[in-house]
Design a protein around this ligand. Sequence first.
Ligand code: ADP
Ligand code: ZN
Length: 721
Amino acid sequence: MNRVRCLVFNSALGPLDYRVPAGITVEPGSVVLAPLGPRQIIGVVWEAERLPGTEVPDAKLRPLLQVLPVPPLPAPLRRLIEWTADYYVAPLAAVTRMALSSTAALQGGSTVTEYRLTGKETARLTPQRLIALDLLHDQQATIRELSEIAGVSDAVLRGMVNAGLLEPVVVDSDRPYPPADPNFAAPDLSDLQADVAAKFVSAVKAHAFRPFLLDGVTGSGKTETYFEAIAAALEAGGQVLVLLPEIALTETFLKRFEARFGVAPVTWHSSLKSSERRRAWRAVANGTAQVVVGARSALFLPFAKLGLIVVDEAHEISFKQDDGVRYNARDVAVMRAHFEKVPVILASATPALESLQMAEAGRYERVVLPARFGGATMPDIQIVDLRVEQPERNHWIAPPLVKALKDRLDKGEQSLLFLNRRGYAPLTLCRTCGYRFQCPNCSAWLVEHRLSRRLACHHCGHEVPTPDACPECSEPDCLVACGPGVERIADEVAEILPEARVALVTSDTLTSPAKAAEFVEMASNKAIDVIVGTQLVTKGYHFPELTLVGVIDADMGLEGGDLRAAERTYQQVAQVAGRAGRGEKPGEVLIQTRHPEAPVIEALASGDRDAFYAAEAEARRDAGAPPFGRWAAIIVSSEDEAEARDAARGIGGSAPRLDDVLILGPAPAPLSLLRGRYRYRLLINARRSTELQRVIREWLDPLRFPPGVRVAVDIDPYSFV
Ligand code: ADP
Ligand code: ZN
């Protein structure tokens, strides 16, 4: 009797056993189609001894239907999936789903019909057709995708095909990517860079697990050195995974990669078209995708012969996923390297305290690039004490920063103002009755966006047009904006420097790669004098004429009481400061603050990074916080307030009493209403040695909740809202 155990794509079901009918061969990792009741379900054949299952008698087993035409998930990936599910207390099926992230890819090789403009415009041109003609330039995609790009219906496009305006092109959906050339344009490394690169190269050649922390100041050539490691992996015939935070995954990076290796890398991120996703997934699985540059979800791709992993900007909090399976891609990347037996490079100018601690403990090998490449110096950092140097009423740029901006404009140099807040103002209220605009779905204020004339919630996306009168007291023209967002700062710059050319850079203005490329082009050609931006401008960009960086409000991140607040402020300000003086001219950074005495501000001012990290580590040690102690959160939510509260109390009531585990709550979460769900939270603090996951599993597993209640476990949480 040939029976196998499968992990099926349904988190509510455990593993299921099936009979393997004659004519089908499977092995661990095989992706299969199996019957489930009257339906069919996708599953993955797993080693039975690793999954406790039900003992259904042989005679009752149903046969597998089909093995899907993709390579079996490799053993190292299966081990990674198990580890991730175990560590983050997540269902195995949910983690496995992340590995099979393109259902189209599972259907086997095929062709797709895409369409492009013929260039003939003989047919009758309706307004809709004109729109399509305008927007579909240089595009080739399926009808469905084109209809999304152009914003017209499928019917309009089909009509255009019939009229000869669009023509079909049959493409092989598995056409191979052009090969990268490891020697296409190798740089001359400085001696120090060469030493670092040599370490990476020998680690790649050894094909063994070896974690590196590449700790180098902004502009020191971290990218150039890990490119050498990539070249070595390519020479050895291995694949490479480069993880970047989504915002750093820019045209700039891809262009730079292409300049070094002759071709663009394969990219993997949330906005890929389904055909691109499918092609990339299959090429990763069959080993022909050589270098994949992707956001955190690329971590679970089924690489056939991985040779190296790089996590750039490894300190970025966007590597932490905060819904679904709540994993930290930086940490899972190290585990993947462990299971694949390959080196992993975590690169950052401002490493996470956790990573530095791992280096100190000897678990990671720290390699350092202490100076900028080519003699460029680090910028000079000045603190502007807002209590002394007060901006005018309803203004946010203090006199010293105003003066510095004027000075740059006179000299024809560029400036960058940083404020990590989109929109015009974070709070809008009525001058007459005091009414405040609040999101109906979240416990949060609506943020005014003047460019789009809307009030928007940054948590759930709820939007309303900005009204002319107060909805409460009907008084016209009575709304007041409180506090600044980047749009308001851009207005202020226009007021102080009417002749300056100002560019606003946020996710509301750089809405496409084309717009981002246009911005880079204009900034590089000195068609912009002042850039005003959110965290979108803190990384990746290299503008040699940019000599002044102003941080509008360094204290903003320190509010909110999050355990990593100081560290995050340090990282963000250091990163944005790193944009100044990257060319021949030295840079200057002005940091506006009301707390010049705060340790993080003092450390930024003095450039004494080590002192900051030492003080921060001390504070965390005292608080039993990571990396010295462990935290976990249990978040209970429901659309019904009472139901959420009762469930949270139920969990609190059955909390285990353990000496070394401290349980706080349940209490309403700081964001007690989010996307229409009421939220309660419990926080768990434990010693490092505690088996926290086991404690949580044994605590929660026996509990049952009404169907409307969701209970999420967040191990090593980053978000405390
Ligand atoms: P980081 O990744 O540490 O911020 P980069 O690798 O981006 O540093 O290097 C900063 C700038 O210096 C880039 O424009 C890069 O091309 C240039 N650069 C660094 N090292 C070299 C080198 N060895 N030869 C030529 N240019 C270099
Ligand atoms: Zn909302």
